[in-house]
Every structure is written in C-alpha cells, then in structure tokens.
Design a protein around this ligand. Structure first.
Ligand SMILES: *Cc1c(COP(=O)(O)O)cnc(C)c1O
Length: 391
C-alpha cells in the first residue's frame, strides 16, 4: 500500500466529550451530534461505532449521509436514532428518506415538490421547519411563515411537522449574547406561527450548536445540535471565555482526532543547502531533514509554510520551506534517531507536546472547523480505543 498519512479517531475522547455535554444538559435536554462534512473530516463511518450509542439524534447536510447512517445501523444491528437532514432536499430523494425514517428540514420553497412523490408512494415524511431568526441563511422569517407554509396542514398525510429549528449567527465571536437573545425572541414568534398553522403545540424545538449549548441555557430547548465541541475543539476563544464566565469553570474537551505520517526518507543536508520550491529555506548549519509524504492535497494548508511545526519523538520540529502538494520537509536535527524512518504527528499529542487544530488554524489564518473539515477524504481513518502512543 502507498505510504500515506493516517487519521486516528479516539473513541475515549468521544465518550469523554459526550459525558461533558450530558453534564451540561443535566438530563432535561436531548444531546444531538452534528456529523455533516464527513463528521467534520473525522470520517462518518469511522466515528459512528463510538458516537452512535451516545447520542439522541444525528444531524447531517446530505441525504446520502443520512442513508449511510441507516445502512450502517442495519449492518451492525443497532436501533435507529433520529436523523435529520439539514441541507437541501430534492424531490427525487424524499421517498427513500421517508422509507428510511429520516427527517428533513423544511426551510425553502422546494417543499411543495415533495408532495406528489410522497403521495405516489403513500409515505409520510417527518419535517422540521426552519425559522430564520437572524442568520439570513435558510428558513422563513417569522412574519412569512404563514404564506411560506400555506397548504402544509392540508398535506399532513405526507408531511408530518414534528420539529422547529433555528441557527444562531453570532454566538461564537462575542462574549455577550445580545444578538442571540434577539434571535431567540424571533424564533419563539416563528414557533407560535408554525404551531398555529399545523394546529398542534409541543413541537420539538432545537436551536443550539456548540457555543449556545455552553453559554446560553435558554437556547437548549428539547435537543441541542453539538458539532465542533463533540470533536473536542472549542468553537472559538470567546466561547471558552464565555463558558468560564457563565459556568464558573471550564469543562475539559478532548480532541478526538490525531493525524500522523511516517517519513518517506530522512537525510543529512550540509550547511548552505536549500530546501523546497522557491529555495525559500536555506540551511544555516548541517541539517537532518525528514521528508513527509503529506501536503496541501491532504489538507495540510500551504499557508502554514515557514510557520508550522510537527512533533517527532515528543519534540517540535519546524516545517522547512514551503508546503508542497504531496510533501512537507521538517527539521529533525535534534531528534534522537535510530532510523530508518520517523513518525511525525501533524495534529495531536506526542509525549508532552501537542499540535492542536487551533495551532494549525492560527498559522493558516483560519478556524479549527476548516482545518478538520478539509482533511482529505482519501486519507485512511482508524478508530482507536484511547490515545495511541507513538515513537
Ligand atoms: C454546523 C451546524 C451546527 C453545529 O455547529 P457547531 O458550531 O459545530 O457546534 C448546528 N446547527 C446547524 C444548522 C449547523 O449548520
């Protein structure tokens, strides 16, 4: 097999993070996990065995992911959990989704096209209405609910409205939640409209992603949609500070993902040698380098060139020169080396050192969400029972 980097998913970290959120929610509110974008790059099918038993609901963007979860449940003989598709639904997908018992979000005018195929198949689809309370993305403004959903009650033979949701715009970049509280008031207005329209109260309400779940108790409602924090990553620095302020203590989140690679070769370059494209790095002294078969194709951002380090044998080793499509070169001069290869940690812990997704995001000028979501889907992912030792 071609040597490539690999991603380790730590089942113990998943369980720890789930327990943290169960503690925060205190038994009143359901714990849902957002597993869109291939479980934030962690690998949906790799993660499911660890995650599925711990949650009350799963949230995805695509119908394909929802059906993949159902197929996995059947394969391993596990009872289905509620699965909700947050993303756009095509009319030719609704029959398969209804048959699989998957719920979908009704948040754009496309829903009217779902009715004929569902009637044709004699199936009912569970739907959650999306209220746009101020994000300006999917959903209906509270004042437009009545017109946008006109006819939904008459379609109750095929569309079963079971939930109502919204999504916050500005909970991560702030330490006060003025805008979010305004959104909650708008949401409540929208919920009343939906309940009047379908002639039923007590719909399942869900509004809170990771940050509002931690810092805005009133946002929790019947179930929460925790994404990034389930993977052991903080939504932002502001969320950490707010959580400490609101809760009086900072829960420990354990990063679920480690990313490691075995070197392609290790060699000694004499002082004065150049390293990498553009000859942007020149060795000022005799330097032992390790060539690692990983690059921006795999999701290691080119923008971290000249800034990043990796870990080898528990030591920080600088990335020399530019990140290339399939290679990076690191300085292992100070690493005790018995040969023939070294194992480098690109993300995760090695000995007493750690490279976090926040570190990599900081060097790249982006956020941890983008770092993990862009890890190449071609990379092998393995579930491990606890943090693996390296070196
Ligand atoms: C991505 C997403 C979430 C999860 O957000 P995190 O900040 O990762 O917790 C929740 N709800 C919706 C609608 C989303 O798109």
């Amino acid at each position: 097999m071609t040597r490539t980097s690999r991603i380790e998913i730590d089942a113990a970290a998943v369980a720890h993070n789930a327990a943290v959120f169960r503690g925060v929610l205190g038994g009143q509110t359901g714990l849902g996990a957002v597993v869109k974008a291939d479980a934030y790059g962690h690998g949906l099918l790799t993660l499911l065995p660890a995650l599925h038993p711990l949650v009350d609901a799963l949230y995805v963007i695509t119908s394909a992911d929802a059906l993949a979860i159902r197929a996995w449940e059947t394969r391993v003989g596990r009872a289905p959990v509620p699965v909700l598709v947050l993303g756009v639904i095509e009319a030719d997908e609704v029959v398969a989704l209804a048959r699989a018992g998957v719920r979908v979000v009704l948040g754009d005018p496309g829903w009217r096209a779902w009715i004929p195929p569902l009637r044709g198949a004699g199936l009912q689809l569970g739907v959650d209405v999306h209220i746009d309370s101020g994000l300006g993305r999917e959903g209906f403004l509270p004042e437009s609910v009545r017109a946008a959903l006109d006819g939904v009650a008459e379609a109750s033979d095929v569309l079963d409205v079971v939930g109502v949701m919204t999504h916050f715009a500005d909970t991560e970049d702030v330490t006060e939640q003025t805008y979010a509280l305004r959104q909650l008031r708008e949401f409540d207005r929208g919920v009343a409209e939906v309940e009047a329209l379908v002639g039923r109260a007590g719909l399942q309400r869900h509004t809170a992603a990771s940050a509002p779940t931690l810092v805005l108790p009133d946002a929790r409602r019947e179930v929460v949609r925790v994404g990034i924090a389930f993977y052991g990553l903080w939504p932002s620095r502001e969320t950490r500070i707010s959580t400490l302020l609101v809760r009086g203590e900072l829960p420990r989140l354990d990063p679920v993902l480690s990313w490691r690679v075995e070197s392609q070769l290790v060699k000694d370059l004499p002082a004065g040698s150049f390293v990498g494209y553009g000859c942007t790095h020149r060795c000022t002294h005799d330097t032992r380098i390790a060539v690692l078969p990983v690059g921006y194709y795999d999701g290691y951002p080119r923008s971290v060139s000249h800034r990043a380090h990796v870990l080898v044998a528990g030591r920080r080793c600088a990335v020399l020169g530019r990140v290339m499509m399939n290679h990076i070169i690191v300085d292992v001069t100070d690493v005790p080396w018995a040969g023939p290869t070294v194992v480098a940690t690109l993300l995760g812990r090695d000995g007493g050192e750690e490279v976090s997704a926040d570190d990599l995001a900081g060097w790249a000028g982006t956020i941890n969400y983008e770092i993990v979501a862009r890890l190449g889907s071609h990379l092998p992912r393995v579930l491990v029972a606890g943090a693996e030792r390296v070196g």
